[in-house]
Structure formats: C-alpha cells, structure tokens
Design a protein around this ligand. Structure first.
Ligand code: ATP
Ligand code: MG
Length: 465
C-alpha cells in the first residue's frame, strides 16, 4: 500500500477522551473512530488488525477441529424465554420490537440460538462430538462503556459451543478450547493466563478466564508468579488425544491463579511468599462447561447408544477479538506509539523514502516495494512529500515492526537501513538484503515470534471457514 493512496487519518494531538494508552494510540493511529458511546467504526488500519486476529482465531479453531458458522445478530426473544434467560439477563441486553410487535434482541451471546440449530439437525450420539463457533458482533448495553474497544457496547467476539454425549467428552472439549486459546494468544504475541473464575449469567461449574496482565486491566488478579513462566510454544498437539489436552490444562491451571471473584486468601497464603502476586488483568477470553443447562430446558437431546434420548453436555467459549487489540497495545507500546507483534501487524514493514522526488530514492523504494509485494508481503510505503521526521513519527505511531529507510546518501554507498521498531536498532544493508531479511522474518518455520505467520496469515480468513 502506498500511503498517498491510503486512508490513515492520524491525529497529532492526544485525544482528551482517552484515559488509557491503547485507546489513545488507537485513536491517534487512525484505527477507530467513535460512532457513539461504546460503538466504533473501524478505519482501514484498525480493520486490518481485526481481520488478522480473526484469521488467527479461525486457524487455531480449525486445528482444534471446530467448525465455523455464522448466526444472526438479531434474535427472537422466544428462544430466550425457552431457556429462561430472557428475564434473567437484565439491562445489558438490548431489546426491541419489530413492526409486528414481536420481541427481538441484539445478540449478547448465542447459547440459545446454537442450541436451536443443534436440536433441529442432530439426533444421534453418532454425530457427536460437535463444536460450532462463529466470530460475530455482540451488543451489551454496558453501564459504563470505556477504554475504547476494551469495554465497548458493540464488540467482536468469537463464541464457540460444544455438544457432547457425556460430561467426560464435554470436559475434553473444554480442555481442547483451553489449549487452542493458549496457542491463539501466543500467536498474537500475548501471554494470557488462565485463571479460575466465576460463571456469571452464562451459568455453569467449570470456568476459566484468560487474563493479560496490565496495570489498566479491570480485573484484580492473584497468582503464583511461576505461572508466567509456562508457555505453549511449538508443541505438537493432537486435539483428539484426551490425555494430552488434559495434561496441558493441568499444567496451566494447577498453580494458583484466580480473579477476585474466586480468590481464596487461605489458599493463596500457601503460595511461597516471594511468588505471590496481586495485579490487574484484562480478560481476553473465557471458557465454560455448563452441562445440560440449556440442552435440558430446550430439548436438545440425542439418541444414546442404548436408544434412549439424553440431553447433550455443552460448554461455551469466548474470545474478545476486538478487546484483544486494546490488550495487545497495552502490552506492547512505547512513548512513540504502538509496537505490533509480527503475527498481527497490519503491514509487514514500512518503507520510508527520505527524499521523495529523488530519482535514485524513488527507484529503490519502488524496487523494494515490488519485491516484497511479489512474495506476498504487504509493505506500507510512505511516498508522501514530507519531512523525514514526520514520516518516522507516523511509522513509530502506527507501530510496524520493521522499517526500511531509503535515502539518496545511503544509496550512493549502495545501502538502505533496516530498523526494528521494538529495539530501535538499525542495520545498513543492500536493498536486496533488506528484502531478503524481511522475507526471512515472516517465513514459515523461522524461529521466534514470526512462526506460523506465513503463509497462513496471508491467506484470506475465508479460507478457513
Ligand atoms: P466482562 O467481565 O469483561 O464484562 P464477560 O465475562 O461478561 O466480560 P464473556 O461473556 O466471558 O464476557 O465474553 C467473552 C469475551 O468477550 C470476554 O472474555 C471479553 O474478552 C469479551 N468482552 C466481553 N464484554 C466485552 C465488552 N463490553 N467489550 C469488549 N469485549 C468484551
Ligand atoms: Mg467472561
């Protein structure tokens, strides 16, 4: 993309309405624009990151054997009356009437709808296990929308629902989700710690929330610092292997890690004192097992092996896709702007032309731009007639992990500069080597943060549905 043809409405001033850094940077980098309280338009840069996150979610769900669907945002109240939640849900649910005076609502979550799909089409235990998920906009009329996309009223959520014959199978689905979520967050460059939580209006016994540690987080958390040393990394996971998924679940959830809702001071005291941490976290996901809470009242049964109808065991599992963008920025920025992890960056690298209009500089930028594009990467070429300082400031603000700086002086010696946004380190090299280096960084199975990024992340997310 050439910046002169792009739409990147960056702000010079700090927007006064933003209280936390991620909100401020998202507004300044021209990623979002508030439409009304807690409701945002996604501008090109923000939309690109959102799509990248969706893509990672789809890929990891596919790996776990979960199947994508798309359910409507408008739901009939009737289904919610069947489950008994229409009255229970409270004011967070936005309710409305259609022209025939029928009660409708804007989906805050979709257990009822997916249970209705299931009961309409599945009748035998032989069709289990089944996990359906979607990535869809949700609306919750939050009493205090704030912090930009972190606590919006309209927000993008991945919500998945498992249907299983037995509790044991459903707990395997729970573990599968836990494992796939850990991979998902790590690919986004985040550490999200599973913490024992409270189930709230979804209901159920087993539930973990995934929290990204950040001072601006809304949840108070208590944990054993040793949990922060555990990583999924590149292990081979067989999602059908119950014992393996169970082992990962235990590995990640045995050490003390709880939100304030389930915090147990006596248990916490048993953690060695030097490892006890009280901090704040951002909830970026939650998994639940709730058994037959919906299948029973809604008649979602299958014929079991003995021919008798049994209500299916279910769970639901959510990832806060739009909130994650805020969480990533909270975890990865400096005083100059955002620092995108390679796995989610909106453009793979920036190209800064120090002297637009200079024949050599323009030519070298074109060559680099075309070479990167030809191998399937997306560079953002700042081809504006601007001062170098302004171009650097924009690149730093929007946080592309790598920048290639091209100027007439360097070109006289046959070199350009490759700069890491994270460390600020610059290395001079030939334009060809700069292209090669960027290609390597994003190549599949290259070590470190870029692993798995290509070529999959380059494919349209539609590929995974
Ligand atoms: P919270 O406690 O933050 O209100 P929740 O527990 O009610 O969230 P869930 O029902 O678990 O939310 O939804 C799944 C995920 O959706 C959450 O983990 C969170 O990341 C995201 N999410 C929930 N509410 C919002 C919101 N108002 N704005 C943005 N993301 C949200
Ligand atoms: Mg939750």
């Amino acid at each position: 993309m050439r910046l002169t043809r792009y739409f990147l409405p960056v702000l010079k001033e700090n927007p006064s309405e933003a209280q936390i850094v991620s909100h401020r940077l998202m507004l300044r980098a021209g990623m979002i624009k508030q439409a009304s309280a807690g409701i945002y338009s996604w501008l090109p840069l923000g939309f690109k990151v959102l799509r990248k996150l969706e893509n990672i979610v789809h890929q990891e769900q596919a790996r776990a054997g979960h199947i994508a669907i798309q359910m409507p945002v408008m739901q009939s109240a009737d289904l919610w009356r069947e489950s008994g939640r229409y009255d229970d849900y409270g004011q967070e649910m936005l309710r409305m009437k259609d022209r025939h005076d029928r009660d409708l609502l804007f989906t805050p979550t979709a257990e009822e709808l997916v249970t209705d799909i299931f009961r309409g089409h599945v009748s035998s235990y032989k069709d289990l296990p089944l996990t359906l998920y979607q990535i869809q906009w949700k609306f919750r009329d939050e009493i205090r929308p704030r912090f930009g996309v972190m606590r919006g009223r309209e927000f993008l959520m991945k919500d998945g629902y498992n249907f299983d014959l037995t509790k044991e199978d459903a707990l395997h689905a729970y573990n599968r989700h836990l494992v796939s979520y850990l991979r998902t967050y790590e690919r986004m460059g985040l550490q999200a710690i599973p913490m024992r939580a409270d189930s709230g209006p979804i209901g159920g016994d087993d539930t973990h929330e995934f929290l990204v540690l950040a001072e601006t987080g809304e949840s108070e958390v208590f944990y054993d610092s040793a949990v922060t040393d555990i990583r999924m990394g590149e292990r081979d996971i067989d999602y059908d292997d119950k014992a393996q998924c169970q082992a990962v679940m235990e590995e990640f959830t045995t050490l003390y890690a709880r939100t304030d809702e389930t915090h147990d001071a006596a248990l916490f005291d048993q953690v060695p004192e030097e490892r006890r941490r009280v901090a704040r976290g951002i909830e970026v996901g939650q998994i639940f097992y709730f058994g037959t809470k919906y299948s029973e009242p809604m008649g979602a049964t299958v014929q079991g092996p003995d021919g008798k109808p049994v209500p299916v065991h279910m769970g639901s599992h959510g990832i806060g896709v739009s909130r994650l963008i805020g969480a990533i920025i909270e975890a990865s920025h400096d005083e100059n702007g955002i620092i995108w992890p390679e796995g989610v960056t909106p453009f793979h690298c920036g190209i800064v032309n120090l002297k637009q209009g200079d024949e050599a500089a323009d030519g070298a930028c074109e060559t680099i731009y075309k070479a990167l594009t030809a191998i399937g990467l997306e560079p953002l070429y700042d081809d504006r007639k601007e001062r170098a300082g302004g171009k650097f400031a924009t690149m730093d603000l929007i946080g592309l992990p790598w920048r290639i700086t091209v100027g007439p002086r360097g070109l006289k010696n046959g070199v350009v500069e490759l700069t890491s946004r994270r460390t600020g380190e610059s290395v001079e090299m030939t334009p060809e080597d700069a292209v090669k280096k960027i290609a390597e960084i994003y190549a599949p199975h290259h070590g470190g943060a870029a692993q798995h990024v290509e070529p999959m992340a380059n494919r349209s997310f539609h590929t995974w549905i």
